[in-house]
Ligand binder design. Structure first.
Ligand SMILES: Cc1ncc(COP(=O)(O)O)c(C=O)c1O
Length: 345
């Protein structure tokens, strides 16, 4: 196959395949039964990630959705309320799990991506009382997926922490792509970690691991999280095979995210002249708004697919390009040319 023929998959950063080095680490991992707490590689990964975020403990989970939902169940008991963005992954793509499994009532602020106004959030918090659903937690997403990979500034997060403390509610971070924020804004992971009661972080989005996320928090919370994970069917046995991939990803694939960000910027530059860039590109997601374009999202995706470039359709006139570990400069050059040609027609 020539470079010109190669498939360029820009749908998601979850489409990556484990590298040779990662597969080697998986094949040689020391393993045990993790439901007994006896998998040394899982235990090492959990300790490593807890330390990265300055928390006491962490728990390995099979997916980002499960990690988020475990955290939400830790923070909000049934019949109580979670506040989050209307476009948040936890209320958009997790199939109603907060309500279905946690009995959690969710209320949202209008979708603003990473551009959160802490005072708006403060104004939504409802106190204890017999007349209204009491707010127990606020969740934010770093980086914001449907918000085009936007990065919530550290100053905003600090303000939200103050708001949460004043109201005595918890603060959760869906940090599926917190690594991207860390690289884009040069904020140490530990600084992010200290601002949240719980975080969920993913090893399979951009970092190249095939499976795995972690819930991060206090030792007491993570002990309870272990029970919730088991209840949800997330207890795994020789999971060290997967944890080894995660440890490899953390050691080798975090700093290189800067390359993904630069490639996303190149794609953004290629589509910007056609007025379809939905927001400035900060990380590895390039959000497209086709409201004013002749092509809608499905038509663009279908035409690009004909030329072996895959893009995500997020709505009738919303599409998304994503850069990742399995993409190189040649792929970006070809995708930029194809998309530029289709959007110009
Ligand atoms: C922001 C965000 N949170 C959570 C998840 C859930 O991860 P998973 O697909 O592993 O359940 C995703 C998945 O893309 C995501 O983008």
């Amino acid at each position: 196959m020539t470079v010109a023929d190669a498939l360029v998959d820009l749908r998601s950063d979850t489409v990556t395949r484990p590298t040779a080095g990662m597969r080697e680490a998986m094949a040689t991992a020391d393993v045990g039964d993790d439901v007994y707490g006896e998998d040394p590689t899982v235990n090492a990964l959990e300790a490593e990630v807890a330390a990265l975020f300055g928390h006491e403990a962490a728990l390995f989970a099979p997916s980002g959705s499960m990690a988020n939902q475990i955290a939400l169940q830790l923070l909000v008991s049934p019949g109580n309320e979670l506040l989050c963005d209307a476009d948040a992954h936890v209320v958009t793509y997790e199939i109603g799990a907060a309500a279905a499994y946690g009995g959690i009532s969710s209320r949202t602020w209008p979708a603003v991506g990473a551009d959160i106004d802490p005072e708006t959030v403060a104004g939504m918090i409802r106190p204890d009382g017999y007349f209204a659903v009491p707010t127990r937690a606020i969740a934010v997403e770093q980086t914001h997926n449907r918000g085009g990979g936007g990065v919530i500034p550290l100053a905003t997060l600090r303000e939200l922490r103050r708001v949460a403390d004043d109201a005595e509610v918890a603060l959760h971070c869906d940090g599926a792509r917190i690594w991207h924020a860390h690289v884009a804004d040069a904020v140490p992971l530990i600084e992010y970690g200290q601002l949240f009661d719980t975080l969920s972080v993913c090893l399979s989005k951009g970092l190249g691991a095939p499976v795995g996320s972690l819930v991060v928090g206090s030792a007491e919370k993570i002990e309870r999280a272990r029970m919730i994970r088991k209840r949800m069917g997330g207890g795994m046995r020789q999971a060290g095979i997967l944890a080894a991939a995660g440890r490899y990803a953390l050691a080798h694939h975090v700093d290189r995210l800067a390359e993904d960000h630069a490639r996303a910027a190149r794609l953004a530059e290629a589509v910007a002249p056609f007025g379809v860039l939905a927001a400035p590109v900060r990380t590895n997601l390039v959000p497209l708004d086709l409201t004013k374009h002749a092509l809608d999202a499905r038509a663009l995706a279908a035409a690009a697919r004909e030329e072996r470039v895959l893009v995500s359709v997020l709505g009738p006139r919303t599409a998304r390009l994503v850069t990742h570990l399995d993409l190189d400069d040649a792929g970006v050059t070809r995708a930029a040319a194809v998309l530029g040609r289709l959007l110009a027609a």
